[in-house]
Every structure is written in C-alpha cells, then in structure tokens.
Design a protein around this ligand. Structure first.
Ligand code: CLF
Ligand code: SF4
Length: 475
C-alpha cells in the first residue's frame, strides 16, 4: 500500500529532517542536546519597533535590556572556532543582532563566508525584520544559509496594527512613517518569506505578542504563514518594563503573561506548527538554549590567535564523534520515552477524559530531570493526560530559590509560587522540606521519584500515579 507521497516528497521530508535534527530552535527535541552561538556583528537597524530601545540588543529575538559586546566578522569566526572546540554540542551559528542582520549585509555575509571556510560543519542561521530579504536573497543562497527567522507581528493590510508597533521604516533611502511604513514593511516581509520558501530555506516566523495591540492578530499571522509554507511559528511574549526605556515600556504597555501566551498559542496552533521552547536569547548567546555561557568566552582569549590555531582547537573530527555520541543517547532516550510525547496533540488526544494536568519539570540538560529545585532558573511546563503529553512552554524566574553561598540564608519563593500557580505536579531532582511546605500553598504535588529519569515518560507516569482519569470521567 502506498502512503500517497511521491518519491520527491519523501526526499524533501528527509532533507528537512536532516536540517532540523540538530537545530536547537527548529526542533524541540534537539534543544536539550545541541547548542547555538550568536555572534553580535550587526549593530545597525533599518526600522524602529516600539518594544526596542536601540541601546540594547534587537528585541525581535532577545530579552530587552541586554547589551552584547560587538565583534568584527573575523573576531566572530574566531569566537565560533574557540567555542566550538570547547562546547562540542555547538551545532548552529546565528546572527541575531544587536541590530538587524540584513541592515548590516557586509558584516553578515563576510561572517558567513568565513564560517563556510573555517567551520564547514556548522549550520548557519539568521534573524531579520524582513525588510531587506528580497535585496539579499542571492547572498543568502550563495552562503548556504539554511535557516532564516523573520519577525512578523501583523498581517493587517491597512497598516493600522503595524502603525501601533513601528513608528518608522527606512527603505531605499527614505524614511516612512505610520501606516505607510507598516504597509511597506509588511509587503517586503511577505515578499521575502515567499522567496525564502521558494528556495527551500526553512523559515521560522517570530511574532512578539503585544497585549491589546496584536493579540487578536496573531492567529491570522499563523494562518497566513502556514499558507506560505513557513516551517514553524514562534509566539514570543512582550517583556515590557519602564526601565528598558522602550516606547511601550514608557507608555505602560504591559508584558504578556503566561496565561495570555498560552491562550494565544492555543489559538494559533489550530493552523500552524509552533515553537514553544524559545528563550529570547541575547545577541551574543552561547550554549544550550536554557543557559547563557557568553561570559565564559572572552575576546582576549581568542582574538589574537590565528585561524589555523583555532581550527586545530575546533577539531571537526572530534566534534563529529561527539555528535555521534549525542545521537546514540537521543536514540536511547527515544526508546525510553516511547510515544509519551505528542507535540501537536489536542486535549482529547492527550487524555481519555478530556481532562489534562500541568506538570512542571526542572532539568539542566540531556532530556533528564536533573536539576535541583533550589538551583532551577526555569521550569519546563508539560500538559499531560493519561494517554500522552505535550510540551507547553518554559517559564523563567528572575531569582532561583537558592542563591548559592553568596545569598545563603535568603530564600525567595513568591515569584516561583506565582510562576507555578496553575501547575499540578512538580518533578524535580531534589527539593528541601522548607520549599516543599511553602509550595503546599499552591497545592502542587512535589515528586522526586523521577530524579535523573527521562523527562517525557516520567511526566506521563507521574500524572497517572497522582490522578485517576477514570474517576474524573465518573465525576
Ligand atoms: Fe539563533 Fe534564532 Fe537561529 Fe535559534 S535563537 S538566530 S533561530 S540559532 Fe532560538 Fe533564541 Fe528563540 Fe531565537 S531560542 S531567541 S528562536
Ligand atoms: Fe530593534 Fe530589532 Fe526592531 Fe530593529 S528590528 S528596531 S533592532 S527590535
């Protein structure tokens, strides 16, 4: 019996799987195993977003209020070689600021050219507001850039929604304002996405979820980008504080909270495959998505070394062996997790009663429950029924419960309680009696029985252990 796919379609499918297999952003499964590095070589920008303060990194992919140290293309490539020799999981280099990658084409493409020469095993990725894709499509293709992220916050053709987000756009030597600016930007973004898809580049679309401004617009964005053949859609919550000095922060536009993010993602998911594990990285981020190791690799350590010296340190063969080991581990994990995970499932597919639970997990890496509650800076949130589970989001906290020797004796739990207030179970490697007692206020079950076990199957087992789905059905 035929599956209905042509040979060409199967080949395309395989080609896509190969491209995303070790990309921590395009594959949820890869993000606990592979790392990315961003090189901050692109200072300028050609538009103004009301959620951006240009003193800091581009907020289209970064947390606001963070400033990255800028590098030249040569320094950037030296850094990649230096980091890639130390962090073998490094699989992708992204250019995501501090301004817009395509508003700085010289630096961006020089970096990619050097990367092709000195680090041919690494995947290339860029992030852009989309205004200049059409202008640079030939270079994108020339340097074999397989992944492009475009930030698209509205598809409203009147430009009314866009005008609330972008005060101006600088295009072909002229500055445009208001709805005219928004219309030009949208036109260029859609043209750019179309060209990328046509040329088999995997496109991710990011949308910043801005409460009361584009929250109703995002399901329409999801629908549109699905029709256009975009690979994945990422709804990123606006983080807005007056001290960031952005137009939104200063005028009182609020951050998007977890509930709004969950609601909007649910509405968008009807049409589009979603990325749910974005960490809103900085423009010089290094490491696994949940960690930031940029401070470990300082410029003076690599800038004066020769490319040849750094290539020897990078050691492609050794990196390939490390990646083979990662793949062996992933295969084992997949067997352990069986079919627990159903990424795109609806509630009724997760549970025999339609009832699901939220499970929070503390994990450092490798797909295991291997972080103590005290040190956890983020919680992975899963929705689980008795049939299967699905990853919902990660929730970061500003302050972990235990602040280490420097903050010994001072424990803050209110932020964590708020963060986990809608969760039913917490799976963690270790949790002390005091925080456990404190968390009883929010009626969350704390369970250490799955310490160091694979996450997905443990989430499924834990809901079945603590909840009777049959009983719920009767009630
Ligand atoms: Fe960087 Fe972006 Fe490429 Fe990833 S990040 S350029 S696609 S390699 Fe990833 Fe970071 Fe989210 Fe971006 S978690 S902010 S989606
Ligand atoms: Fe800032 Fe990025 Fe918007 Fe440019 S595209 S204004 S750098 S958020």
């Amino acid at each position: 019996m035929s599956c209905g796919c042509t040979h060409e379609q199967v080949k395309l499918q395989e080609n896509i799987l190969k491209k995303i297999n070790n990309h921590p952003c395009y594959s949820q499964n890869a993000h606990q195993h592979y790392a990315r590095i961003h090189v901050a070589i692109a200072p300028a920008c050609n538009i103004q977003c009301n959620y951006c303060n240009r003193k800091y990194d581009c907020s289209n992919e970064s947390r606001p209020g963070v400033t990255s140290a800028r590098l030249t293309p040569e320094e950037a490539v030296k850094k990649v070689l230096y980091v890639g020799g130390s962090i073998k999981q490094l699989s992708v280099v992204g250019i995501a600021g501090p301004g817009d990658a395509l508003a700085n084409p010289k630096q961006t493409f020089k970096t990619f050219e050097l990367l092709e020469k000195y680090a041919p095993d690494i995947r290339l990725c860029l992030s852009t507001n989309g205004l200049n894709i059409e202008k640079h499509i030939d270079e994108i293709l020339k340097y074999n850039i397989e992944h492009v992220t475009v930030t698209l916050n509205s598809v409203d053709e009147s430009g009314e929604v866009g005008a609330k987000i972008y005060p101006w756009v600088y295009f072909e030597g002229r500055r445009y304002h208001s709805t005219e600016a928004a219309k030009i930007l949208l036109r260029q973004q859609l043209k750019g996405i179309e060209l990328l898809v046509k040329n088999n580049i995997l496109v991710k679309v990011n949308s910043v979820l801005i409460p009361n401004i584009n929250e109703d617009e995002l399901p329409r964005v999801a629908k549109k980008v699905k029709e256009m053949g975009v690979f994945i859609f990422n709804v990123m919550p606006l983080i807005s504080k007056p001290e960031h000095g952005t137009a939104f922060g200063l005028s009182g536009v609020k951050s998007a909270d977890h509930r709004l993010v969950m609601r909007v993602r649910e509405a968008c998911e009807i049409d589009m495959k979603l990325m749910r594990h974005c960490r809103q990285c900085r423009a010089d981020a290094v490491g696994l998505l949940g960690e930031d190791r940029s401070d470990e690799f300082l410029k003076y350590e690599f800038a004066d070394k020769s490319f040849e010296e750094l290539q020897a340190h990078y050691d492609i063969k050794n990196r390939q062996e490390a990646h083979e080991k990662i793949e062996q581990w992933r295969a084992l994990l997949q067997t352990a997790n069986e079919k627990a995970m159903q990424e795109e499932a609806r509630k009724y597919e997760l549970s025999s009663t339609g009832e699901t639970k939220l499970v929070a997990v503390t994990s450092e890496s490798n797909g295991l429950i291997n972080d103590h509650f005290g040190s956890a800076k983020e919680f992975l949130i899963y929705e689980a029924g008795d049939r299967a589970i699905k990853f919902i989001m990660n929730r970061r906290v500003e302050t972990p419960y235990c602040k280490g020797p420097a903050g010994c004796g001072t424990y803050v739990i209110d932020e964590i309680k708020k963060t986990l207030s809608d969760c039913d179970i917490l799976l963690t490697q270790k949790i002390g009696e005091c925080p456990r007692a404190e968390l009883s206020d929010i009626k969350i079950i704390c369970d250490e029985d799955y310490a160091n076990e694979p996450i997905e199957i443990s989430v499924l087992k834990s809901v079945k252990k603590h909840f009777s789905f049959e009983k719920l059905k009767v009630c």
